[in-house]
Ligand binder design. Structure first.
Ligand SMILES: [Zn+2]
Length: 528
């Protein structure tokens, strides 16, 4: 046999958690070949002395969504060894787009980036991606906010039985078209307007289809355990597997609270529930500034929110002051990472406290001013977690990893702003800082959490492990040098030590440089 590639002299970490073994790996027609004879030839031979070969990483929590239509290179993802990303998280997915405001938002976005493609259903959207050369494998969930906007609208109210039926029908339709499960964003409207019973019923519609319920839970502060308990309850009553998204607890000195939440999950697992979590290796989160405003401010959707910033300014000021008086958030720990208007661009990279100083106003007034000037949309990075909490989640036997970021690039449209460094650095940061330097995890266990664990959760039958005949999503990295280089002030930085990345058997990254291969595939649930 003449292989496409032969990787020689490497340590193979196969993703199962088994110890590294010396060996060589072949690639032929997109698949892994492990039966290699002495005289087997190859088009290209890679000498990987001192390096590890493992399955491509699975980003269990990604927000790239339709971003691959803006820039299909997924540079920040594949340069860190990610070969598959799981999108449609936190209650938002690229499809379906069935309501008027969602349609208007998509049309605006298409105009802004000059995207000719259009879609309504999950099937439409996946077809668009299937017709586009993309660098990375793509999986999506369906967002509960998409469904609720279509069935209920954007109001803060209970759904009627008919509306719940409609959401159940839409969820099942999305799964039948290839979505892997349902995601909720219970801190983001309109998903946040749902009660537990509504979510149990919609999640249950995904159960016969083998779907997963993924949740950005309601409260990552004092209500952490209750929020995890709600996700577990939805799993148990709905009979559905659960993934708790970007598990974290805000605040210093709260390790006990985090450990109690993790223990709840452990107990649910002992009862037989398939509940797992994902986590990113940073103490800062990234979200929108609007998250600090009370739920009632978001009733009716984005437009109503922007109007309320003016009409209810005094009430909002009072609410903001009350929460900052309790220390949450601390405005010097909230960094503005992106803004839309040219006039405000100078504030990117500054904290709310610094911007307030420059403007000579209180932090709370500054928050409302910025949100008003930016039509409700201000991206932020919030330094709010403790390192020991991050380590506790990372060390849990049921955690895997996600970037919680959309794909970015060092050039072009997606090089703008100062996004969270996790976009470029998540996986190499774990391998460099938490495996090599601090020895929190063994290399084999870290790779297992990055590959086979998520593949098993997603029920992917031919990825996530190095096995004869499996898809050749592979990477070659140097365990002695691998490290993230992206920082909060300088986030568009390619990591070090990830030397080769193969997507479906094609070389996509060669020593940190993109080769220009677009070998990614859309993977639909249940498709062979
Ligand atoms: Zn989220």
């Amino acid at each position: 046999m003449n292989l496409d590639y032969l990787i020689r002299n490497c340590h193979i970490i196969d993703g199962t958690g088994a110890s590294a073994v010396p060996g060589c790996i072949g690639i032929k027609d997109g698949r892994v070949v492990l039966t290699i004879e002495k005289n087997t030839s190859a088009e290209q031979v890679i000498d990987a002395r001192g390096q590890v070969v493992c399955p491509g990483f699975i980003d269990m929590h990604s927000h790239t969504d339709a971003g691959l239509l803006i820039d299909p290179r997924a540079q920040s993802k594949i340069t860190q060894g990610i070969t598959l990303e799981v999108c449609g998280q936190c209650g938002f997915s690229a499809a379906p787009v069935l309501d008027e405001s969602g349609r208007a938002e998509l049309d605006d976005w298409r105009k802004r980036y000059d995207i000719k493609h259009n879609w309504t259903t999950v099937d439409d959207f996946l077809r668009v991606l299937e017709s586009t050369p993309i660098a990375i494998n793509f999986v999506t969930f369906v967002g509960h906010s998409n469904l609720r906007a279509a069935a209920v609208g954007l109001e803060d109210r209970e759904a009627t039985p008919d509306e719940i039926d409609k959401m159940r029908m839409l969820a099942a339709e999305a799964l039948n078209q290839g979505a892997f499960g349902l995601s909720t964003g219970l801190q983001y409207p309109p998903s946040s307007f749902a009660n537990t019973d509504e979510l149990v019923q919609i999640a249950a519609a995904c159960t016969p289809l083998g779907g997963i319920y993924a949740s950005h839970t309601r409260d990552e502060r004092e209500g952490l355990a209750e929020s995890d308990a709600e996700a577990i309850e939805i799993g148990e009553r709905g009979g559905v597997a659960v993934q708790i998204s970007h598990h974290k607890g805000y605040g210093e000195g709260k390790l006990e609270r985090t450990l109690a939440a993790l223990e709840l999950i452990r107990q649910a697992r002992r009862r037989g529930l398939d509940v797992t979590v994902d986590v990113y290796p940073y103490t800062a989160s990234s979200t929108g500034l609007g998250i600090f405003l009370p739920r009632w401010a978001h009733d009716g959707g984005d437009q109503a929110f922007v109007e309320r910033l003016k009409s209810h300014r005094n009430e909002l000021l009072t609410a903001l002051k009350a929460s900052s008086a309790q220390g949450c958030p601390k405005w010097h720990s909230v960094l503005v990472s992106n803004l839309k208007t040219e006039a405000n661009r100078e504030y990117i990279g500054l904290t709310i406290a610094e911007i307030a100083d420059r403007r000579g106003k209180s932090a709370e007034e500054t928050v409302l001013d910025l949100l008003t000037e930016e039509s409700g949309s201000v991206s932020i990075i919030h330094f709010g977690q403790a390192e020991e909490d991050v380590v506790a989640v990372m060390s849990a036997e049921f955690s895997m990893f996600g970037t919680d970021a959309s794909a970015r690039s060092t050039t072009g449209e997606l090089a703008k702003g100062k996004p969270h460094p996790r976009a470029f650095g998540t996986f190499p940061r774990i391998l460099g800082r938490y495996v090599r330097e601090r020895k929190i995890l063994s290399l084999e266990l870290a790779v297992h959490k990055m590959t086979f664990m998520p593949a098993r959760k997603l029920r992917l039958s031919d990825r996530g492990v190095i096995k004869n005949g499996y898809w050749a999503d592979l990477l070659v990295f140097d365990p002695n040098t691998v490290i993230d280089t992206a920082t909060y002030q300088n986030p568009h930085q390619i990591c070090r030590g990830i030397n080769y990345v193969f997507v479906n058997g094609r070389l996509a990254v060669d020593h940190g440089e993109l080769t220009g291969a677009f070998a990614g595939r859309v993977i639909r649930r249940g498709a062979k």
